[in-house]
Design a protein around this ligand. Sequence first.
Ligand SMILES: [Zn+2]
Length: 381
Amino acid sequence: MTSYSPLLKVSFDSYQVAKQGRVTRDVEVRNVMAMLPGQSARRIYVSGHYDTVARPGGQGTANASGPAFRDPDAPLAPVADPNAPLDNPAPGVNDDGSGTALTMELARVFSQSGLTFDATLVFMCHVGEEQGLFGARLHAEKAAVEKIRIDAVLNNDIVGNDKGGNGIVDGATIRVYSEGPEDSPSREVARFIQRWASRYVPSHRVRLMARPDRFGRGGDHSAYNQFGFPAVGFRESRENFSHQHDPRDTFEGISPDYLAQDARGNAASAAALALAPPAPGVTGDRGQPTIGRQPSGYDANLRWTASPGAVAYRVFWREAWGPDWQHDLLVGNVTELVLLHMQIDDYVFGVAAVDADGHESLVSPYVAPPRAVGPVKTVPK
Ligand SMILES: [Zn+2]
């Protein structure tokens, strides 16, 4: 990646990990991080993991033989000889050479694009995913401690194959997993990806999944969620489990055309996000949403804070029973909107910032904060 452009700042993001779980000795682990500085320090990540693993029987045997859920904290079988050479062939071309290749290609294209992005783009090749998301967890923890603003993580893990192990082929869609609740920051990233990837790459449909990941499976995006960052996981639509975590995870199991389509969807989403201004604020000093029923008491009164670089705002809404925005209205350079006779109890509202070139930010939704409930006072007998 250092050869791509002098604008790209490539470094090792290193940690000393102690012996634990699948890690049989103390070891240094290194994420490979390529940063393309933007006009602001807030960050957008595109990522994959470059480590891989092969276990006896692979994921196909594990999926076919046992329950979908296993206790992740169950003790692992002891390693007979922790110093034995690890010569089990683990090519890992799809898991996760595919996500790593996608990340590197976007680092190349973005750093050579000549475009100036508002956000700083980070192209991250994580380490130690298969050992327990170590690289992503350590990096996310450090980012949280250092109070780094991360607006979105687009994690790609197993995105290069379009032929399911059951014979079903789907080269025209990609799945995007995001944790809830329904208006969580990760869900807004997922909605943004569907909205913008579908415009620039209409031949590759985004299938949003309202769950953190597949049953009993996980990935690096969850490590970022754990530390409070918005992050989603891209997954090919039809997996071949018998190739995963197995010596058969080779180039024969990859469709380069399909992987290229996934890369285009990621590129469209990441570029749209990084070119746009930051999302407007929709909460007051005490964290309460700046939404009300004024002036009549039956209207929707929306207020937001101005976003630097915005020349207009787009207001979104949907029925309170619905996964995606249904309506939107472009308004001018204002920070308040009244929608008459729109009862705020019946709709979810949100607002995005729009710059002079039409780039739109993530949508900031108006979400009621959880209500603190104390115990009911009862009269002593
Ligand atoms: Zn993986």
